[in-house]
Design a protein around this ligand. Structure first.
Ligand code: CTP
Length: 372
């Protein structure tokens, strides 16, 4: 972590949360969270020459420019969950560092590091939990306040190969027996995306076996029969799916709570449309999948028939007809709907013999129209 060169006379500026955890673990950090013990906005305004880009008064945060980089500084703040499962409200800006830390999710995320002295402040035993690879909540209401933390626990467990502490696990399991569905599914979806984009079979098995999926729907779900991680890994380079998380989530029947985007919903709808189809030959396989996003094809493989999906992905997907309408026109045949029949005829031939050259395709087109 680079030491910021700010004139913080009182030594009240801290790195906080994930960034401290990641540095101790020697892991890559996605963002740098800074907090000022007191009012960060006033602090920033008092630094001579510091460029302030944005101020958010109600949250007590300020965005400043340091060495040409945009940096957010938060005020220490206390929060209250007025509606369990929803965003908390800020009750105090400029509280003590300890109070700020105690509103957080896990001990491993509750460490602070003084920006100037480098001292690590550990109010909750986070250092020893990192050492023991343990994820532990800070209080018994943590999952009731914010059930997305159940997924966060799974995400960190998989990312760092940590285990949940026994009491934390008990609190989780109790919560899952009595879920409050009046929650922010937007936040839940964000954690689902981050967790399952890790492409981890271990995460998936825990998600289903420990019934964490019940956060998404009260309907029953069971484990897919194949190892999803291996299946995705095998084809990831070839097909580059954008939404790996949705391949895992697609094994759960009811995603209606998640407010899927149009594109995400299409992946699920397309899969639902084809899931009862059993194509009997290469042409039928090709036609079933040709216009689908790769996620729908993978879902078919996972849930319906892995051989058929693999046949398409490894053998058929890249087969294309190369001649165009212009080429057929060049043969002296006036444009008509028969062009499409001709392309389908050539496609069928190409699926039997993918090595057919452009010239051979053209010869087939000629033959097709001679027969007409
Ligand atoms: N936090 C929390 N409860 C949540 C989300 C976040 O208490 N539901 C706290 C944690 O202390 C966390 C910090 O806010 O460290 C910042 O949140 P976020 O950036 O989501 O977490 P990181 O720990 O930085 O995780 P990641 O590495 O995945 O970004």
């Amino acid at each position: 972590m680079e030491i910021l060169n700010l004139n913080d006379k009182d030594n009240k500026l801290f790195y906080i949360g994930g960034v401290v955890r990641d540095e101790i673990l020697n892991a890559e950090s996605f963002d740098v969270d800074l907090t000022y013990e007191g009012n960060a906005i006033e602090f920033a305004k008092n630094i001579k020459g510091l460029k302030i880009l944005k101020v958010n008064e109600p949250f007590g945060t300020v965005r400043v420019l340091i060495k040409n980089k945009e940096v957010d500084i938060a005020s220490t703040r206390a929060e209250k969950y007025e509606r369990a499962g929803h965003l908390p409200t800020v009750t105090k800006i400029g509280c003590s560092l300890k109070e700020d830390v105690l509103r957080r999710d896990f001990t491993i995320n509750a460490l602070a590091k003084n920006v100037h002295t480098g001292e690590i402040i550990d109010f909750t035993g986070g250092l020893s939990d990192i050492k023991n690879k343990t994820i532990k909540v800070l209080h018994d209401n943590s999952f009731i306040d914010d059930p997305t933390r159940i997924l966060r626990a799974l995400k960190f467990a998989v990312r760092f190969n940590f285990k949940l502490d026994e009491h934390t696990k008990l609190l989780r399991d109790n919560y899952l027996k009595n879920i409050n569905y009046d929650m922010s599914f937007k936040r839940l979806k964000k954690e689902l995306i981050e967790t399952f984009n890790l492409n981890s079979q271990i995460a998936y098995e825990e998600f289903i076996n420990a019934e964490i999926y019940k956060l998404v729907t009260p309907k029953e779900a069971s484990l897919a029969k194949i190892n999803i991680e291996n299946f995705i890994d095998k084809y990831k380079k070839l097909i580059n799916p954008d939404n790996i998380w949705l391949i895992y989530l697609g094994t759960i029947e009811d995603l209606s709570n998640l407010e899927l985007t149009k594109e995400e919903q299409k992946i699920i709808n397309d899969y639902n449309t084809i899931k009862n189809s059993q194509p009997k030959n290469d042409y039928e396989i090709y036609k079933l999948f040709e216009s689908l996003k790769p996620e729908s094809v993978l879902l078919y493989g996972i849930m319906v028939n892995v051989e058929i999906a693999e046949r398409y992905l490894s053998k058929l997907k890249n087969i294309n007809v190369n001649i165009t309408g212009k080429d057929i026109k060049g043969l002296g045949i006036p444009p008509s709907s028969k062009y499409n029949n001709c392309f389908e005829y050539i496609l069928k031939e190409k699926l039997k013999n993918p090595k057919l050259s452009y010239k051979e395709e053209l010869a087939l087109a000629k033959k097709f129209f001679e027969k007409e």
